[in-house]
Design a protein around this ligand. Sequence first.
Ligand code: ATP
Ligand code: MN
Length: 468
Amino acid sequence: MEKPKRTVIRKLLKESGREQFGQLVHVKGWVRTKRGNKNIAFIAVNDGTIIHNIQVVAEVRNFDENLLKQINTGACIAVTGTLVESPGQEQPVEIQAVEIEMLGFADPETFPLQKKGHSLEFLREIAHLRPRTNTFGAILRIRHAMAFAIHKFFNDIGFYYIHSPIITGSDAEGAGAMFHVTAMDIDNPPRTTEGKVDYTQDFFGKETNLTVSGQLEAELAALALSGVYTFGPTFRAENSNTPRHLAEFWMIEPEMAFYDIRDNMDLAEEFLKYLIRYALDHCMDDLEFLNKMYDNELIDRLKQILDNPFERLSYTKAIEILMASGQDFEFPVDWGLDLQSEHERYLVEKHFGKPVILTDYPKEIKAFYMKQNEDGKTVRAMDVLFPKIGEIIGGSQREEVYDRLLQRIHELGIPEKDVWWYLETRKYGTTVHSGFGLGFERLVLFVTGMSNIRDVIPFPRTPQNAEF
Ligand code: ATP
Ligand code: MN
């Protein structure tokens, strides 16, 4: 039999109509379930291109008994057969099998995903197999769609994608503890005459780390190309065992010359709404699945984001609201406090009932590069706070005045030799500019309705965990 070329299951389920009925088709995928009786077998096959399975109908007498016996959950098979309209309600079409090949057997005695309904905790322990579940298929497809939409959004407004380095010689970014990168023998590193580790003999001739942010490099590019963005992995060696922190996560960092804090907020809001609209327009099958299985308010919550302008207010006003709230917070509220997610979520979920952008934070709790306000106490920072997530974006207008930036660098004891190149952008052709960082996994958390960040990245890196 001459086999037709393989068709992906998404195409069969989404694009075939009456004209395709009766055609011979060829599909490959993994068996989700097999049921039936002694005359007929119904095999649900999924190839991951869509959440739905294609139903394969096999008349038992036409097939080798041993082959049918081996077709169990998890096995990989190829099916050639006739595409027909499905009599069932569950699917528009199904395949009447003419030929079935076993591509890869999965022993039902040991295959860990034999049954449905495993806990997310259990699935984390088998991260090498969890993409085979409906849940992780849905999450991974949504994650892809969000990455694509991010590039599309920026490309359509004329921003350029900048690849910032992953290994950095600067530890001045101030966003958290860093992982060292070295090619030295750590049991026996070269030492100086005073007995200190001699980094001049290391691979780069100096101490290097994994980056915590691509922002400083993005600023250099923005002050040449106007609108740019980075989208890459970032690393934080903090022992934060929370459902919202990873040691390795992806960040999107747009940076814009000629944007002040207001322009920055407008862009952040437009960007987040675009991404959520994109998910609603392009990922509905997967969202419906997650809405049904995990979070029946998910789709409504996504739609609600689109309906209202985000609330914008200063950090100082937010502190007043929190102090007047009468809530019993774990971390007591006071001006100068770095807001915790309990405070952020109170503002978003209880007080305003929509996303909030907080601005003008105390300078002591924000990084050296933020534009200083006239009051001498606050900086032009902006954090975007989301329901269920807390901080999803952190950003600011940047300090563009050379002397003020230098003064702040001195105040904080940052060695000038580490940031001389950054300072030069303020010496030559400086201008107002702004930017922000969106944590990609926090976005995917929000869009999928999952509650643990370990479930929205294929292979999470967290303290004590780098198995897969
Ligand atoms: P948080 O206060 O939530 O720990 P942060 O203020 O340290 O975050 P920024 O340095 O402002 O974070 O980073 C920008 C964005 O990156 C954050 O708004 C968040 O979306 C995301 N992010 C920060 N740290 C992590 C992390 N450890 N894992 C995943 N995403 C993160
Ligand atoms: Mn932040």
